[in-house]
Design a protein around this ligand. Structure first.
Ligand code: SAM
Length: 284
């Protein structure tokens, strides 16, 4: 009997997507969420949290390269970075490809996600969790950021969707606490919604960010395993200049970083900020 993992539309109840589970590798109800890891003929290993696809072996690079390299090459001098969430290690692995990054703190609420990712999702996290530049903290990101005395050049919020345990990571209070621990010129990037299927989910985080960051800019990527087309990231800083980089300078930074990417290029970076009108209208 073939087993299927099903993700359903929590907004309109209009769709459901089923992925074949050729083999279930890990299943647990942790203290924070329902975790399922299975193999699929097309996507390879797939991580599902609370019924929502988080990442897959075959398309993770779409999401992780755009989450990491866009803000990092925009900033140009990131030494200390903070990841909130990101337990699968995909964002961490991309971040650590940048030799100039001296220290990464990852604050993940669920130890189970990290432990089984180290074992079963090597294709996504590689040996990133063994890197001496990493400080791994198992804690609620909201409390940890509130109590934090350190300063960072870059904050990556690689959380679950605003409809699950990650909801607390989309609030004005959390963004204000993040703004307070960013050094001058520091940037924050957060995964946001899939506008076509969750049009209501775009505005609120943007308004919440706008309360603590003088400048925000949305960019997009279509991740095959995220149903509904383009998903949106939001880049935030305290000046609009800090959100941009000249073409030639971007090319030079990309070349100097010596990255071997499968999705990200400077041209893709540029194009990702060109939003189709249906998204631009939602942002207002
Ligand atoms: N790429 C995925 C996506 O776009 O949906 C996100 C992947 S990552 C696995 C999300 C992580 O956020 C999970 O491991 C989850 O445990 C973590 N998380 C959720 N709420 C959190 C919180 N309050 N503090 C820290 N981590 C949190």
């Amino acid at each position: 009997m073939t087993a299927w993992s099903e993700e359903t539309d929590s907004v309109y109840g209009a769709w459901r997507v089923q992925l074949r589970m050729s083999r279930v590798l890990f299943q647990e109800k942790s203290g924070h969420q329902d975790i399922v890891l299975f193999e699929n003929p097309l996507y390879g290993r797939v991580l599902v949290l609370d019924g929502i696809v988080q990442t897959t072996e075959r398309d993770e690079f779409f999401y992780h390269e755009m989450l990491v390299h866009v803000p990092l090459l925009t900033h140009g001098a990131v030494r200390r970075a903070l990841i909130v969430g990101g337990g699968d290690g995909g964002a961490l692995e991309e971040l650590l490809k940048h030799a100039a990054v001296e220290r990464v703190t990852m604050v993940e609420i669920d130890r189970s996600v990290v432990e089984f990712s180290k074992t079963h999702l090597k294709a996504i996290c590689g040996d990133a969790f063994e890197d001496p530049r990493l400080e791994l903290v198992i804690a609620d990101g909201v409390q940890w950021v509130k109590d934090c005395a350190e300063r960072f050049d870059l904050i990556l919020i690689d959380s679950t969707d605003p409809v699950t345990s990650g909801e607390v990571l989309y609030t004005p209070a959390f963004y204000a606490a993040c703004a307070a621990i960013l050094d001058e010129g520091g940037l924050l990037v957060t995964q946001n919604a899939v506008p076509f299927t969750e049009p209501e989910s775009l505005g609120a985080p943007l308004a919440a960010l706008g309360a603590s960051f003088a400048a925000t800019a949305c960019y997009r990527v279509a991740v095959p395993s995220f149903y509904g087309g383009d998903m949106v990231f939001v880049l935030a800083g305290q000046t609009s200049e800090s959100l941009g980089v000249a073409d030639r300078e971007l090319e030079a930074r990309f070349a100097a970083a010596g990255l071997d990417t499968r999705y990200y290029t400077p041209a893709i970076h540029r194009g990702a900020f060109a939003l189709p009108p249906y998204i631009a209208e939602m942002i207002g």
